[in-house]
Ligand binder design. Structure first.
Ligand SMILES: [Mn+2]
Length: 339
């Protein structure tokens, strides 16, 4: 059982649900995840034995031993069937590619993404209207287990299916949510899913220091008018803000999104001062988010002007500049890219 690298809730939920269903049908299964793996995985997969691969990618969640990467022999290393869920592209399979390539004739893909590589698997089920890969898997696993519906799933299969459904829809907010999405969620809760526990495990695990740091960021926030209308918001974090709040360098995740809640803010930028050795030039990390819609600002284009990049709605860069210089650079690039 394989899924994309840096697995999210849907990838992990799809893999665990499929593996558990196959195990109930008598198949021996192994599930490999390519890291980094979210810290909450043990809340869902603590029953799953682990295999670590040495000298290679960060793979885990199979029998506990150390196997050299790429694996050449051993139980489960040369399976009869490879099931790949929640991705259909080589790029997302990362280090697994060289291992899959000689086995594509016995590989099946079940996915809901538009983009993919046809050569990976001899059989592919690509269900693009599905809100999550677990939504596609639910009726397949139900019929394999000879159930009359998703409400009959055992709880250890219903839970990962719900995990994928809830996280891939942003807790049932995205445009992909359809009547079937809610119907399946209802059936899975009937099957015994503790949905408040899942929300707590995924969304309510922050350290207090992170919110104190967010306070500093919000206090620094400024709004700047954009030539094409609306505003860009800029927040700044100094090295001293991290020290004084005792926050971690990685605690800024999601900060830029917060100010997109402001009605006239179209772009939100977080500038983070990097600690540099005395005598070295100042360095600032830039993270930007853009509000979706027909008038969306392409922050990938803006950040490319500063030597960075990313996606249309989320991009970043690193510049040799102080916080204030970086702010001017970003505002210049924002207005130049819309001219
Ligand atoms: Mn997905």
């Amino acid at each position: 059982m394989l899924t994309h690298a840096k697995p999210d809730g849907d990838a992990i939920g799809s893999a665990l649900a499929s593996a558990r269903a196959l195990r109930r049908l008598g198949a021996e299964t192994e599930t490999w995840f390519v890291g980094p793996i979210p810290p909450w995985i043990d809340a869902f997969a603590n029953d799953t034995p682990k295999r670590t691969f040495s000298g290679g990618p960060n793979l885990s969640c199979v029998p506990l031993d150390k196997t050299p990467w790429p694996p050449t022999e051993g139980p489960g290393i040369d399976p009869d069937l490879i099931l790949i869920v929640d991705t259909g592209s080589w790029a997302q399979l990362a280090e697994l590619r060289s291992w899959i390539e000689p086995r594509t004739d016995r590989t099946i893909i079940i996915d809901h993404h538009v983009r993919g590589d046809t050569a990976i698997a001899s059989r592919r089920l690509i269900d693009t209207p599905a809100a999550s890969c677990t939504q596609t898997l639910a009726p397949i696993l139900a019929s394999a287990l000879q159930l009359t519906g998703a409400h009959e799933f055992p709880a250890d299969i219903a839970e990962p299916l719900y995990l994928g459904l809830a996280t891939d829809t942003g807790w049932f907010r995205f445009a992909s949510v359809a009547p079937e999405t809610f119907r399946l969620a209802g059936d899975l809760i009937r099957a015994g899913v503790d949905h408040t526990r899942i929300y707590e495990v995924i969304e309510q695990q922050d350290e207090f220091a992170r919110w104190r740091l967010l306070g500093r960021a919000l206090e620094s926030a400024c709004k700047h008018p954009l030539a094409s209308g609306g505003f860009a918001s800029v927040m700044k974090l100094r090295v001293s803000d991290f020290e004084e709040t005792e926050a971690d360098r990685n605690d800024t995740g999601g900060f830029a999104d917060k100010l997109l809640s402001v009605h006239d803010v179209r772009v939100s930028v977080v500038l983070t001062e990097q600690s540099v050795a005395a005598g070295d030039a100042a360095v600032t990390r830039i993270s930007s988010r853009s509000k979706p819609g027909p008038k969306a600002v392409d922050v990938n284009r803006v950040m490319s002007r500063l030597g960075g990049g990313g996606h249309v709605l989320a991009a970043g860069a690193k510049v040799k500049a102080t916080l204030d210089e970086a702010e001017s650079l970003v505002l210049g690039a924002l207005n130049a890219s819309q001219a």
